[in-house]
Design a protein around this ligand. Structure first.
Ligand code: NAP
Length: 283
């Protein structure tokens, strides 16, 4: 019988622990951690994500500041907003909601965020630290995936891991984390030949391709650990993952559902990264 690992439950436990730490900070009379979220434009999905982040900060006892800029904001104004957040001693973490509206230079924006406040882990210094195995900020979704594998009691050492997707936000950093944990890692993408055969070798399969229910039992090695990162909206408005959950379930050792798997863990790791940024700055 496969284990269905709930990210909602694991998040609840981790957020309770974070809340406890912040309560102690507050009780000691100290300033609590603060996350700044910068959004440009009114994309409904992005607005809903940032509301979720704001709510999570409040529930954890953290402060948050929202900077809502119009879709036609200039690069200069956006960069000035980041500069102010970098210089503000009461802000510990900065997150710029991606994707940015067309015409804005995302790379330059990510370079501008102070590496010490880069809780999304996308600044080149933090990307470099991940590759060198040094302590820096790791992107939230990959961190959440690693926590879920831990909850699955999945021993990574020497195991064969396959990651489908090579984005800078998910696929590439999670592949590095798996390699740092001594798994043997293969990264697949849209040009990979015979994806099914590669996936069938995976003791651990991370599906982060953004194709609704594409990964069925034909891609699965018996007894594999499967993390479904995909979030896809079906025609009737439901959310579904990249994995065909019902088809795969009888063949796996453990699996995460969608919704209620990786999604809640991403926000939990954002809270944890913000707390970590605060602790480093206070020290
Ligand atoms: P992305 O930037 O679009 O990257 C998708 C990756 O999948 C690319 O590397 C692409 O290959 C690869 N790919 C696409 N179709 C493929 C196919 N048929 N076979 C093999 N590889 C294929 O997406 P992302 O930002 O990494 O996100 C991936 C999924 O995770 C999306 O559904 C997204 O909504 C979800 N997500 C969830 C969370 C969460 O918190 N739950 C967070 C982030 C993302 P190429 O590089 O060759 O184009």
């Amino acid at each position: 019988m496969a284990d269905i690992i709930s990210g909602t439950q694991l998040s609840k436990e981790l957020r309770t622990a974070i809340r406890g730490k912040i309560d102690s900070i507050r009780k000691a009379g100290n300033r609590v951690p603060c996350l700044a979220v910068i959004i440009a434009g009114e994309d409904p999905a992005s607005l809903s994500y940032i509301r979720g982040k704001e709510k999570a900060c409040t529930a954890a006892g953290m402060d948050s500041r929202m900077f809502t800029l119009p879709a036609d904001v200039s690069q200069e104004v956006l960069e000035e907003t980041i500069r102010r957040c970098n210089d503000d001693p009461d802000i510990d973490g900065i997150l710029v909601q991606l994707p940015l509206p067309k015409g804005l230079d995302e790379q330059s924006v990510l370079h501008m965020i102070s590496a010490e406040k880069d809780v999304d882990g996308l600044h080149p210094i933090n990307v470099g630290k991940l590759y060198l195995g040094e302590d820096g900020f790791v992107p939230c979704t990959p961190r959440g995936i690693m926590e879920l594998l831990k909850r699955m009691n999945c021993d990574l050492e020497g195991k064969r891991a396959v990651v489908i997707g090579r984005s800078k936000l998910v696929g590439t950093p999670v592949a590095r984390l798996l390699q740092n944990a001594n798994a043997t890692v293969t990264v697949c993408h849209s040009r990979t030949k015979d994806l099914k055969a590669v996936c069938r070798e995976a003791d651990i399969l991370i599906a982060a391709l953004g194709k609704a229910r594409m990964i069925n039992s034909e891609y699965i090695k018996e007894g594999a650990f499967v993390i479904d990162v995909g979030v896809n909206r079906t025609e009737d408005g439901h959310l579904t993952g990249d994995v065909d959950f019902e088809d795969v379930l009888p063949h796996v050792q453990a699996i995460t559902p969608v919704p209620g798997g990786v999604g809640p863990m991403t926000i939990t790791m954002l809270l944890d990264n913000t707390l970590k940024a605060y602790e480093k700055r206070v020290k």
